[in-house]
Each structure stands twice: as structure tokens, then as C-alpha cells.
Design a protein around this ligand. Sequence first.
Ligand code: HEC
Length: 337
Amino acid sequence: MRAFLLLTSLLPALFFSGCQKKSDLEFQRAHDPWVFRSVLDGRPRMLTAALNDDLWVAYSAQTGALYKAWRGSVNFDGAVYTTVHGPQPSSLGDDWFVNQFDNPWSVIRNGTAEKPEVDYKGHRFIKGQVHINTELKLKDGARIRVSERPEYVSNDNNQTGLERSFSVEGLPEGAQLVLDVNVSSIAFENLVRTDGQLAALKRTPRQAKGLSGIDLEGKLTLNSNGTTHLTTFFTRLPLIENANKVVGAEEEETRPLGYRLIQRNDCKTCHNTYVQTVGPSYVDIAKRYRNTEQNVEMLTLKVKNGGAGSWGETVMNAHHEVPDEDIKAMVDLHHEP
Ligand code: HEC
């Protein structure tokens, strides 16, 4: 038997429920916490940012280099969770693009290019956005500080966009800082916009999901000691198949709304689909209670007010700030053969 706690009704309510918290009004982040460090797709020390339901990005927390941008989410449990190696989060959903450059930076001085050494300096939050900081070290000891702020944007055509905003400090006089970039899932080259200097070097057509797109590779020269934006608007669907698809996880992908509601709340810090953690597993809860209106009502109240006693001594915190209809949707036990 498979059982899920997920949204089965009230789909229209979801669109409003996402903006309950005042502080989240500006940005609708797709996960709580929306920035986190973990292993991702088998890569150690990754920093993931759930910018929007349609746009997740991950960076290496060793080099600050972008790993990829995708639409979907991160699967924290399921088959992989129960392996002896513990949780191995993996990305769910297809990729807008996968960055091809492990060390994308070069510094041009007097016509020669130098690959700097990259020091990752961690991330910071400023006004609800995340900044990923690195320091580039040159052979002569000069240090350039680069901060990248990724953000979800959309345009009049409702296209999902990724805006990467770079600020640079300490670039030596006369030097140029160049970033190797590549993007996919774009319909036209002019859907990549920048106030820096982008030299396109390679264009490869790509057909997928009945859509045509281009893969574009190029070099972006950043504005010296200032801010440079690089904004990419994507095709209707991501054109790169996720190479890290977990067998069995596709199912969860087809239920993104219910999945997201649980993702947006703190439930997963104490609950897992299959194994007991702080609280009982969803499967165990679904096994104990039949899907009746009364049970859903009772469990909704329980989650709202918190408490202990049904499963042991451990207390579930109250969720007064979560709208009733959201809780109801999350505990609506959905049994499947
Ligand atoms: C701080 C940890 C924690 C968080 C966060 C949490 N739970 Fe729980 N949950 C528990 C514990 C512990 C129990 C067992 C309580 C008991 O024994 O009565 C529980 C029990 C439950 C039950 C079964 C209640 C019963 O009486 O059988 C449901 C349903 C549930 N949680 C859903 C949720 C949902 C939905 C969320 C997110 C909105 C959530 N939980 C967040 C710890 C947590």
C-alpha cells in the first residue's frame, strides 16, 4: 500500500495560501527553508535556493559555481532516504540548463587570461534575497570579491526567468573579469539579456517536448567594480532531462501542488514519508486513520493546536499561523492501492 499526505482538494486556495506570511509576500519561495546546504544529486556541499515553484538553483558551496537551474523541487526522502547512507537529497524535475564550467572565472590583463583561485565565502541574506560570495585570488596576490544574487523573474509573456546579478569589488585597474556561461531552454538568443558584454561563442539547436530551443555558450565580461545582470527567459518547459531522476520519484513530480504545500511548511523537519523521525511517518499515520471527514477534521485540529499522546511523549508544535484549509489539505489522507 502506498499512502500520501497531500493535497487532494482546494487547489484554488493554494494560490492564496502561499502568501499568508507578510514577510513572504514579495517573494514566493518554494520551500521552507528556501536556502539550504546538503548533498545534492550525489554532489557534496551544495547550496540550493528554492527561488520559486518554477525555478530552483543550486551552487557548489566549495567554489560558488552554479550547478544548474531547474523546475521542480528536491526529493529529501523516498527510496534514497531509506538507504544505509542516510538522506541523499536529489533534484526533482527537468533542468532549464546545467552549467558546464567548474571554474567559470578568468581575469584578462594585458591581453592574457589568468584563471584565479576561487575561495568560497558563504552566503548571506539581504532583504529577502540570497547572495553567494566568493573571493578570486590572482597570482600577484590581488583579491577580487564577487557576489552573485540569483532571483526569479518573469516577463510579459509569463516566461520563467533567472536573473543573476553580480557585484564585483577590487578588480585591479585595467583588468577585465570574464565569466564562462551557458544556458539552454531558450527560444531565441535575445531572451538572454545583460548590461555587461556577452560574446556568444556557440549555438546548438535542441528539440524536446515538442519545443525548439537553443543551447547558447558564451563569455560574459562583467562591468568592472559594479553590478552586472544576466537574465535568461526560458521556454515553456525545461528542455534538459534531469540526469539524476530517482526511480519512483516521478510519481511525486506529477503531484507537485500537494507536495509543495507540505514543502512550504515545517512538517518535513519532523515527518518523513516512510520512516519515523521526530514524528510518525506519513505512511504510518495514513495506516492508522481511515480517510473520513471526521478523521481529517480531528487531525486538522491536532496539527493546528499541536500536542502529544497519540504516538508517544514527543510534542508536535502548534500551527496557528497556517490556514485551516491548508492543514486540512495536507492531512487529507489519500490512500492508494
Ligand atoms: C516539531 C516537530 C513536528 C512538526 C514541525 C510537525 N509535526 Fe506532526 N507530529 C509530530 C509529533 C511528535 C507527532 C505525534 C504527536 C502525538 O503523539 O500525539 C505528530 C503527529 C502528527 C499527525 C498525527 C496526529 C495524531 O494525533 O495522530 C499528523 C497528521 C501530523 N503530525 C501532521 C503534521 C503536518 C501536516 C505538519 C506540518 C504542518 C506537522 N505535522 C509538523 C511532530 C511534528
